[in-house]
Structures are given as structure tokens and as C-alpha cells.
Design a protein. Structure first.
Length: 353
């Protein structure tokens, strides 16, 4: 903007003595004010409008549309980031100099000026609507993922409580004749209860499931890292080569962590199939340690130039991030320097105590 408007000022005022220097200084002030247009667009719009009118008054050869270019840019930002009622008032204020445009350039000058102002405001409205849609999509994806997590954790806790009921009945049955067996059952009940409490902490962080869901819908087996081979075989059936590596024991993991790790792997593989251009190989590594479980999924797809890679910023990444966050973990995802896309998650393990 500085180059275009500054050059126009210098050309228009080549023979006007000191006026071009003053006009260039005003243009520079306009450009510097743009640094604050996101934080204070109203103040910046007013400043740019005043300095723009001053530039045009000093050098009438510069069109009013060109002199107010910075103000039009700020109007676009204001329209995108502030309520429509406020931006509409700013649009009306920017239309006030229209008679000056008509006086200087006739009907053509008036048309060009009004058209550029309205286009700037409209572009801001479109950008604001686009951002609102993106935020709404993200919120909806988070809500859906939380509801899904809540349903799955509900199943896990219900199963644990059922086992506790059976163990309590067995302990009562053998309490007198075989007290040692009864004590073992009671210890198993204690362990199960602590595990269930941990799962309930996760459940309370998520949204409640939709109560309108069909009660008679059959439940599928709860996903688990123990079923990774089934998941890998499903992906291999599409022609993708899947390398699956496990380190450490995953059998004693808290159900919530086990479920989150499985779902992250599942979503990462799904994104590879859908979005990784040219990918024919993917590596899955799951490492279970004393304090955490780490998951790493890497494909060999081509990273689009200027793009964000396989998962982009869509629902896939939103869901994986929500899974990791709700168990107190973290997740990163992005293209690799040498090509391909990586999803890496670290999920802490809270042992029963």
C-alpha cells in the first residue's frame, strides 16, 4: 500500500513544492496506524480517514478512492471482526465523502468510490461469516466427540460395576468357609472401584450423551489397544501397507487411556486413507511405559505445498486433540520436513492408589 499510494503522491505532486513531502508523511502515518487495526479498528479507521482526506486536499490529483485506501482496508477488518450494526455505521461514515468524489471525478468518480467502499465492507462480512462457520464447525466437532467419549466411558464403567457385583456375591458366598478367597474377591472389588472412579472423572469432563439416542441400539465391543491388529487389517484391506509396533504391556492400562489411544490411532489411519496424497505406507508405534502411553502414526504421503498436510484443521484433528486433552494428555500433528504426516500423542497413566 505504501509503495502504490506513495508513488501516486509523488507523481501527482511533482511540481507542487513541499506538498508531496507532507502528503508522503501522511501516507506513512496511515500505514503505521494499520498495525493497530485489529485491536482498535474504529480509532484506526477515523485516523486513516482524516489523514486520507488531508492527502487528497493537499494533492487533488490523487483520487479520493486512492487517498482513502488505508481507511478502506481498515473498514474491511472492522467489518470482519466487529458486530454488523457497528460496521454498518462505519460504512455509512465512509460514504459521507461521496459528494467530494462526485465533485472531483463526476459520476465515474462517485461510482468508483462507492463501489470500493461497499466492496471493502462486503469482503469483511464474508470473511467474518467464514470465521464464524469455522468456529461453529469446531465447536460442533468437540461436542460430538465429547458425547461419543461419554457413551464409551459409560459402557466401560457399567461393565466394571457389573463385575464388582458378581465379585461381591462370590465373596459373600465363601466368606465363612474360605475366608482367603473372600479376601481376594474384596481386593478385586477395591481395585475395580478405584478404576471405575478414574473413568468417572473422565466422564464428568465430557458432555452427557444425547438422551434422544435409541435405547435399543446394539452396543459394539469397547475399542482397545488389544484390537489394534484388527484395525490394521482393516486398513491393509484397502491396499495400504501398515507397520504396527508395540512396546510395553497395555493390558493393565486405565480404560479411558486405552480407549483414547485406540481412537487416536484409528482417526490418524482414517485421515491417511482419506487425505494423504500418494500415501501407500503408514507406521503405527504404541509405547506403554509406567507413567504414560505414547502413540505415533506416520505416513509417507506427499505434503501439499502451502498446505497443512494430511489432517488439516478439520474434525479429525479436533477429535484427536479432544481425546488427548480429556485424559490429561497432549497431541501434536503436522507435516514432516522430509515428506509425510505425523500424529504423536502422549497420554499420562494415573495408577490406582
Amino acid at each position: 500500500m505504501l509503495a502504490v499510494l506513495g508513488t501516486s503522491v509523488l507523481v501527482a505532486g511533482a511540481d507542487d513544492g513541499p506538498r508531496p513531502a507532507v502528503a508522503v508523511a501522511l501516507v506513512l502515518a496511515q500505514v503505521l496506524a494499520l498495525r493497530w487495526q485489529v485491536r482498535a479498528p474504529i480509532a484506526v479507521l477515523a485516523a486513516d480517514a482524516v489523514t486520507g482526506l488531508a492527502v487528497w486536499a493537499l494533492l487533488p490529483a490523487v483520487t479520493l478512492t486512492g487517498a482513502l485506501l488505508a481507511a478502506q482496508i481498515t473498514l474491511c477488518v472492522l467489518s470482519a471482526t466487529r458486530p454488523r450494526r457497528l460496521s454498518a455505521r462505519a460504512l455509512a461514515a465512509m460514504c459521507l465523502p461521496a459528494p467530494l468524489a462526485f465533485a472531483a471525478g463526476g459520476p465515474t468518480g462517485l461510482t468508483v468510490y462507492l463501489l470500493t467502499v461497499v466492496l471493502a465492507w462486503t469482503a469483511g462480512q464474508w470473511r467474518g461469516a467464514q470465521r464464524a462457520r469455522t468456529r461453529a464447525e469446531t465447536r460442533r466437532a468437540v461436542v460430538e466427540e465429547r458425547a461419543r467419549i461419554a457413551r464409551e466411558v459409560h459402557d466401560v464403567v457399567a461393565h466394571t460395576l457389573s463385575v464388582m457385583v458378581i465379585q461381591a456375591g462370590a465373596a459373600d458366598h465363601v466368606f465363612t468357609e474360605r475366608p482367603e478367597q473372600a479376601r481376594q474377591a474384596l481386593r478385586a472389588i477395591e481395585t475395580s472401584a478405584r478404576s471405575a472412579l478414574g473413568e468417572l472423572r473422565l466422564l464428568l469432563r465430557a458432555f452427557r450423551p444425547d438422551e434422544g439416542e435409541e435405547a435399543g441400539e446394539p452396543r459394539q465391543p469397547v475399542p482397545s489397544l488389544a484390537r489394534l491388529d484388527e484395525l490394521a487389517d482393516t486398513v491393509r484391506a484397502t491396499g495400504m501397507t501398515v507397520h504396527l509396533h508395540r512396546e510395553g504391556a497395555t493390558e493393565g492400562l486405565p480404560a479411558a487411556v486405552d480407549l483414547a489411544a485406540y481412537r487416536i490411532v484409528q482417526e490418524a489411519l482414517t485421515n491417511t486413507l482419506r487425505h494423504a496424497a500418494g500415501a501407500d505406507e503408514v507406521s503405527v508405534r504404541v509405547t506403554a511405559e509406567e507413567e504414560c502411553v505414547t502413540v505415533r502414526v506416520v505416513d509417507n504421503g506427499r505434503t501439499p505445498s502451502g498446505g497443512s498436510g494430511t489432517a488439516g484443521a478439520g474434525r479429525g484433528l479436533v477429535g484427536m486433540n479432544e481425546r488427548a486433552r480429556l485424559v490429561g494428555g497432549s497431541l501434536r500433528a503436522g507435516p514432516l520436513p522430509g515428506g509425510g504426516f505425523e500424529v504423536a500423542a502422549r497420554l499420562p497413566v494415573e495408577r490406582a492408589s
